[in-house]
Design a protein around this ligand. Sequence first.
Ligand code: SF4
Length: 143
Amino acid sequence: MEKLLISACLLGVSCRYDGKSKPLSGIERLFEKYELIPVCAEIFGGLPTPRVPAEISGEKVITSDGRDVTSEYLKGAEEVLRLGKLFGAKKALLKERSPSCGSGTIHNGNFDGGLVPGFGKTAALLIENGFEVFGESDIEKLF
Ligand code: SF4
């Protein structure tokens, strides 16, 4: 069965910065086609839950209280990539707009809800390594 990396928060795991999850409806269908590999780069990078929210600013990831957490985000991205390779996955379904998982659109770094084109650290690393990355609004493309 084809392997699919998936943001754990989309499966209902309460691993988001606010201690909540973002369960995606219709996810059950994925089990018919894929072996799901749940990942959370921010947990893998050593960050606590809940945690201070962070956004991408240039090449860095900065929390809303000004701390540079780039190294934690990069470590988490490497761990997700490692697991993806280990399991032989080629695709990932990742939470949109996250500074780790976002693909195509991310928050603008001002913590004002604004969005800009860009990629989270994990999504970018996976794409660099040949993975196909999908956001949750693209779930239909996985069938
Ligand atoms: Fe969800 Fe990804 Fe953020 Fe973890 S890092 S809470 S999987 S969006």
